[in-house]
Design a protein around this ligand. Structure first.
Ligand SMILES: Nc1ncnc2c1ncn2[C@@H]1O[C@H](COP(=O)(O)OP(=O)(O)O)[C@@H](O)[C@H]1O
Ligand SMILES: O=C(O)C1=C[C@@H](OP(=O)(O)O)[C@@H](O)[C@H](O)C1
Ligand SMILES: [Mg+2]
Length: 309
């Protein structure tokens, strides 16, 4: 992970922004043309001046988000389809997302499983996936403690993702955050996970607490590994984190417990995507190890009844 010099970064930014505004303008023009709308009609429906639309389409208008939303509505699209970065997705992607929007949350879950079974080597019941165990959850839950015990029991390598990230970057987690920022850390999480998936067929990984927050990384984790949420009660998380002396991701302040509760609350739906959960409050690591061994065991298939003959 090589840092760009601050001067290079500031030189790059305006150029990147200009290119982005040009692409946004071209997209608005193309979508307006597709709909057979003149600039005049679009301006009237969005309640902005025609000159403004002309500026936007030529890549010169840095629109406020409220105005852009009005333009998107007048075109008949959600604003997210105007502002996305990078090139336009293929038509099938657009059609598929329209189709998915019609499904209920339960149907969406089923659709994701079906698609991932069809297009990934490792399906839900694939024994290979059960040999790649990922422990997820907030700090102090017990991922590292249980991960080490589980790997030893299974006779497979134990990977501490945070250490892998540090090894690959040649810098400590603190330095990565301070020097390169959140975005670099998210990228490093994903690259480190991809790397261990490529290097090992079987492992136990104690992931970093924040790994679930980047949708691409979460998807990779859920479809490649058997995931277990290692959780504890908030007060127990706090007690353990304080005992370890490093309060991140909470601000090291009097509000740490409030921070922890709100981080946990915002991440709970993501951690809950794990296929199994173990709660470590009031249990010994050995008790939880037994529980883990049970939950990761492949489902027992009932034998076909013997045909009497
Ligand atoms: N049942 C349990 N399972 C795992 N850890 C436990 C348990 N009970 C107490 N602990 C303690 O809680 C702490 C968990 O920390 P750690 O494994 O580093 O969590 P994480 O990796 O999720 O941040 C350790 O100090 C461990 O000894
Ligand atoms: O929950 C978080 O946001 C984080 C948890 C830490 O990992 P552990 O949960 O492994 O301590 C570490 O990756 C980073 O400081 C961010
Ligand atoms: Mg840990």
């Amino acid at each position: 992970m090589k840092p760009a010099s601050p001067q290079a970064e500031t030189r790059k930014l305006p150029r990147e922004s200009d290119a982005y505004l040009r692409r946004l303008g071209e997209r608005v023009r193309m979508l307006r043309n597709q709909r057979g709308m003149s600039r005049k009609v679009l301006a009237r429906q969005a309640k902005v001046s025609e000159r403004y639309i002309a500026q936007l389409e030529s890549g010169l208008g840095n629109c406020s988000i409220v105005l852009l939303r009005r333009i998107a509505r007048a075109i008949g699209l959600p604003v997210t389809q105007l502002v996305h970065d990078g090139s336009d997705p293929p038509l099938d992607f657009v059609l598929l997302s329209q189709f998915l929007e019609r499904l209920s949350p339960a149907e969406l879950g089923e659709a994701r499983r079906l698609l991932s079974d069809r297009f990934r080597a490792a399906g839900a019941d694939d024994p290979a996936r059960r040999r790649r165990i990922a422990l997820i959850g907030l700090r102090g839950g017990g991922k590292s403690t249980l991960g080490m015990l589980l790997a030893e029991q299974l006779g497979v390598p134990f990977v501490e993702l945070n250490r892998e990230i540090e090894r690959r970057a040649g810098a400590s987690l603190g330095e990565i955050f301070d020097m390169f920022g959140q975005e670099a850390f998210r990228r490093a999480e994903r690259e480190a996970l991809d790397d261990i998936l490529n290097r090992h067929e079987a492992f136990v990984v104690a992931t970093s607490g924040s790994i679930v927050t980047e949708p691409g990384t979460l998807e990779m984790l859920l479809s490649s590994c058997f995931t277990v949420w290692v959780r504890a009660e908030p007060a127990e998380h706090m007690k353990r984190v304080m005992a370890q002396g490093d309060m991140r991701p909470m601000a090291n302040s009097a509000r740490a417990m409030d921070d922890l509760i709100s981080i946990l609350k915002s991440r709970e739906p993501l951690y809950a995507r794990a296929e199994a959960t173990v709660t470590t409050t009031g249990k010994t690591p050995e008790q939880n190890l037994g529980e883990l061994l049970r939950v990761i065991a492949p489902p027992v298939r009932s034998k076909e009844p013997a045909i009497a003959g």
